[in-house]
Design a protein around this ligand. Structure first.
Ligand code: ADE
Length: 253
């Protein structure tokens, strides 16, 4: 997958280029990140990327011309034929969730646009942006951290990135549920024992226990998620479907 990133602070992306899963994905050739700086597309001596908003008000906006030229160049450069959609990170966007991450991970190419200041000129959104994405209902100083959030969440889904391709799909949210608790050695830590079933070696029992834990935890903490669980799609047995249905009915009462 090839991701273009448009930002006036390209070195912020060293965080994904140099560390962890994202770095490994790049080293394995499964992910390519190309950074584009709108400042390189300015034509004045001061390399100006911002301007005052029409109508007044606080703060500055990213001016349209350098941004538009930068986006166009980025999309034309894609080594694959299809550069994919342009995604603008903004608090006005669709809320990012695992389903949207999976959708974005299916593109061969993507262009992530990280804004600064109070935002970007609306005409760039109209002419160049296919989708606006928010990482939550709070306001950050720029779109770089949201863009890195998108990159990180996509990278771990790309086939071949995680040692075990199944693990990304077994995570929290892959079936719409929160993750179950996990334990490692020692068997007894500060007087607390790891659940015996996990030491039993009975894989089917362990799978059932984990699923039950996930259902219970999701019911307690995020009943809103339970309402949307697809009972046909999951690997649920009749007992669990009964439990899930009770939660779902409880939530609508
Ligand atoms: N830019 C500033 N705040 C943001 C948010 N919450 N999500 C995406 N982009 C943003």
């Amino acid at each position: 997958m090839e991701i273009n990133v448009i930002s006036i602070f390209p070195t912020m992306f060293d965080a994904v280029l140099e560390f962890g899963i994202t770095r490994q994905a790049i080293e394995k050739g499964l992910l390519k990140l190309v950074l584009w700086n709108p400042r390189d597309y300015t034509e004045d001596r001061h390399r100006t990327v911002d301007d005052r908003p029409y109508g007044g008000g606080p703060g500055m906006l990213m001016k349209p011309e350098p941004l538009a030229r930068c986006i166009d160049d980025a999309r034309l450069s894609n080594s694959g034929s299809n550069p994919g959609p342009v995604v603008y990170l903004s608090p006005q966007g669709d809320l990012l969730n695992q389903q949207l991450v999976e959708e974005l991970a299916d593109y061969a190419g993507l262009t992530l646009l990280a804004g600064r200041y109070e935002g970007i000129d609306e005409r760039v959104i109209e002419s160049r942006v296919d989708r606006e994405v928010s990482i939550g209902d709070y306001v950050l100083a720029g779109g770089e951290i949201p863009a890195m959030t998108v990159i990180d969440s996509i990278a771990r889904l790309l086939p071949g990135v995680l040692g075990n391709d199944l693990s990304a799909r077994q995570d929290s949210f892959s079936n719409g549920l929160l993750d179950c608790p996990h334990y490692t050695r020692p068997e007894c830590f500060e007087g607390l024992k790891a659940p015996q079933v996990l030491l039993s070696g009975d894989h089917e029992k362990i799978r059932q226990w984990r699923l039950n834990q996930s259902i219970a935890k999701t019911g307690e903490r995020r009943p809103d998620l339970l309402e949307r669980v697809n009972l046909e799609e999951g690997e649920f047995d009749t007992e669990q479907i009964k439990l899930l249905k009770e939660f779902q009915i409880g939530a609508t009462r």
